[in-house]
Ligand binder design. Structure first.
Ligand code: NAP
Length: 269
């Protein structure tokens, strides 16, 4: 059993854009926990020293770009899901002072898919654009889906081949974005395109008429990809549900109880 954390932080670089402090602090207030969740902008060179200080304060928290792999390596113990994803997005300090890590992006993504489609899709009908850490979380979730292999596309072909090699059974690299998207029933944007500005990760004409769109990127007012896809009749959602769910599951890891998910969502509505 681990005692409740002494501090709660988000580690990233940059972190200014993050919605996590808003909804985690809403959850903390609802639960009557007298802690403030604080975003810490930590340069990669300062990460090791920061983690040492946080362990001394019995801290817990979340991790975002670019520290998820480095924090995995700094943890003494990680869950099988974090090990499979190769990344930690949620950590806590055990009573013996060691760092433990999990990856709640995987279950957060699975919840976003259920929310959008009402079911798990057939793997072979899913296209994933981008082959970084978020795409790896998608593939871990897809290991519990049925049928075929997800179509992976990356602007660097070797990145798609490397990721597919880690997930041989469930993923297949595609050299052409058009080939990956054509015939897909679900198109997932796992690139950062759309975080700022209105660029789209793919031409909308390439989407099948019945395709659903899940953009892992989120921003206030939704992303241009989601708005444009919906305007053409596709069902579409941005990364907000995934973000809120990974945060809610992190809260459960830290405190052993479920947070008020409605309050978390309302705080960023
Ligand atoms: P990452 O590890 O840096 O990977 C990004 C991927 O996108 C890489 O394959 C990268 O290719 C590709 N990419 C970057 N810019 C591109 C461009 N202009 N055109 C085409 N491909 C491009 O990042 P990540 O952790 O996977 O995160 C990706 C996005 O998912 C981020 O925007 C993040 O906000 C979002 N995300 C959301 C949630 C959520 O809870 N909703 C959780 C995690 C991540 P190269 O390797 O060639 O650079």
């Amino acid at each position: 059993m681990t005692r409740p954390p002494g501090r709660l932080v988000l580690l990233g670089h940059p972190v200014g854009h993050s919605l996590s402090p808003a909804f985690q602090n809403a959850a903390l207030r609802c639960a009557g926990v007298p802690l403030e969740y604080v975003a810490l902008d930590v340069a990669p060179a300062d990460l090791a020293g920061t983690l040492l200080a946080l362990r001394g304060a019995r801290a817990a928290g979340n991790v975002t770009i670019p520290h998820k792999v480095a924090v995995l390596r700094a943890c003494t113990e990680v869950t099988p899901v974090a090990a499979r994803a190769g990344a930690v997005n949620t950590f806590w300090t055990r009573d013996d002072g060691a760092l433990a890590g999990d990856n709640t992006d995987v279950a957060g993504f699975a919840a976003a898919v259920r929310d959008l489609l009402g079911r798990a899709p057939d793997r072979g009908q899913v296209a994933v654009l981008g082959c970084g850490g978020a795409a790896a979380a998608v593939l871990v979730a897809a290991e519990s889906w049925q049928g075929g292999a997800l179509r992976l596309w990356s602007r660097r072909a070797e990145a798609a081949h490397e990721l597919a090699a880690r997930f041989r059974v469930v993923a297949h690299p595609h050299e052409s974005m058009a080939a990956a998207i054509t015939g897909a029933a679900l198109v997932i944007n796992a690139t950062p395109i759309g975080m700022s500005g209105d660029a789209l990760p793919c031409p909308l004409e390439w989407l099948d008429p019945g395709a659903a769109v899940l953009d892992l990127v989120y921003r206030r007012g939704e992303t241009a990809f989601v708005r444009a896809a919906r305007a053409r009749g596709h069902i579409a959602a941005d990364g907000l549900t995934m973000l809120l769910e990974q945060g809610a599951l992190a809260f459960e890891r830290w405190f052993g109880v479920a947070p008020d998910r409605a309050a978390m969502r309302a705080s960023v509505a």
